[in-house]
Write a protein that binds this ligand. Structure first.
Ligand SMILES: *Cc1c(COP(=O)(O)O)cnc(C)c1O
Ligand SMILES: [Zn+2]
Length: 423
């Protein structure tokens, strides 16, 4: 059977050659449908493991080693930087701080461009290349543009990225311009950039790779396979992750439910989606069961500073399918959670730490039991936003503040500085 695109809501079906960003009938998101390339009699899970030992980047990639569960591409078309395969850690200080005894940290900041976006981008850019797209484009709070710019550079394609002029960190911008993307900043916020790039795509000028792109979701869903595989294809009780535009949440739920469907997973984990208080339109929609009301987003966690998330309908379905929950946390709690993770050697950018803050909040409310097995998904590397780190440590009232201490360079003053630091 050929691969097709199908609307997740009204089931309208589209030819791949006619790819558009959303369903032309109802405006909801599209999904790639394809035949899985293994029979019920064979189990490719051993192969998934074996491919990890390959020296070929796309063979061992945490996306492409699961290729039996992905749309099919010619190996020569694949654009890969060896993404995925991010490690999962236990963390003592973080466990103690959050009250979660059985806590695991899946750190997607270990990806090639430092954020979770790479897993999906590898497939989206592969698709763009296979479809001979002229230009690939996205709106971004920073990480999508860094990832797209880098993968487009690998593919020899031109990327266009549209960002809000304020509230994008220097390091994310640096990644985009350095890889050769046409980098356009606009006066509005992310939501305005999103509207603009959708219009460009609608006019057929660019191939859109924001998270509503169905191929990006295919790549992103593999994070679920990794989480299952690392515990012998057993699901944890909870997956906790931050949400902005909500594509990640939808993709993870898709991965878990497909793994369950083909009998690779014993059950579905519950998904907890965390937003910042100042950018929590989805949490409101989830709590009230009313259509999402866009808000003017405000939070220092710039990667989730989104007031009108594109994938809110699909995310509601994802939470329903997993008996999930949505919760909002304050910027102060996010900042503290970030510092706690860093003290365990697991630094991350602020948006990622929202997940831990949310997990701690759900533990405090007894929604998550103390012994439950939790995987907190960190989405971005700590060097993505060093300004936020410095600000925290120079804030005298911050609980884990560790400011730089200038001393004279002579041995006596250095000795005085060291004295008593370790009891
Ligand atoms: C993109 C991003 C998010 C939000 O993911 P969505 O799919 O938009 O919900 C969270 N954290 C980081 C670091 C990101 O880059
Ligand atoms: Zn539709």
């Amino acid at each position: 059977m050929a691969q097709t695109l199908r609307c997740v809501d009204c089931n309208a079906s589209y030819d791949l050659e006619m790819e558009s960003a959303v369903c032309e009938q109802c405006g909801d998101t599209l999904e790639v449908t394809f035949e899985r390339r293994f029979s019920p009699a064979s189990d490719p899970r051993e192969q998934f493991r074996w491919r990890l030992a390959s020296y070929v980047p796309h063979e061992r990639s945490g996306v492409w080693r699961f290729r039996e569960l992905l749309p099919e591409f010619d190996a020569a078309q694949i654009v890969s930087l060896g993404e995925g395969n991010a490690p999962e850690f236990s963390a003592r200080g973080t466990s103690a701080w959050s009250g979660l005894e059985n806590l695991w940290i899946k750190h997607l900041g270990y990806n090639p461009t430092g954020s979770y976006k790479d897993a999906g981008m590898s497939v989206a850019v592969t698709r763009a290349r296979a479809a001979s797209a002229r230009m690939v484009a996205c709106a971004s709070t920073g990480n999508t543009s860094a990832s797209l710019a880098t993968y487009a550079a690998r593919a020899g394609m031109q990327a266009v990225v549209i960002l809000p002029a304020a509230h994008v960190t220097d390091s994310k911008l640096a990644q985009a311009i350095d890889a050769g993307a046409l980098t356009l900043t606009i006066q509005g916020d992310f939501d305005a950039a999103m509207r603009a790039v959708r219009e460009l795509a609608h006019r057929g000028l660019v191939y859109l790779v924001n998270s509503l792109n169905p191929f990006r979701r295919e790549g992103q869903k593999t994070v679920a396979f990794e989480i299952l595989e690392s515990r012998g294809w057993r699901a944890p009780d909870w997956i906790v992750l931050p949400g902005g535009n909500l594509g990640h949440c939808v993709s993870l739920a898709k991965g878990f439910s497909e793994a369950f469907e083909v009998g690779f997973a014993d059950r579905m984990p519950r998904i907890a989606l965390v937003q910042a208080d100042g950018a929590a339109p989805f949490v409101r929609a989830w709590e009230t069961h009313l259509p999402l009301e866009p808000v003017k987003a405000e939070t220092f966690a710039t990667a989730i500073r989104i007031g009108n998330p594109v994938s809110w309908r699909a995310a509601l379905r994802a939470l329903d399918a997993t008996q999930g929950i949505a919760v909002a946390v304050s910027d102060a709690k996010i900042a503290e959670a970030r510092a706690v993770l860093a003290r365990d050697g697991l630094g991350c950018e602020p948006a990622s730490a929202a997940a831990l803050a949310g997990a701690a909040e759900l533990r405090a409310r007894n929604v998550i039991a103390s012994g439950a097995e939790i995987v907190v998904v960190l989405t971005g590397d700590s060097l993505k936003d060093t300004a936020a780190i410095t600000r925290y440590h120079n804030d005298g009232s911050a609980r884990f503040a560790n400011p730089v201490r200038p001393v004279k360079g002579d041995i006596a003053s250095l000795e005085r500085a060291i004295d008593g630091v370790v009891a």
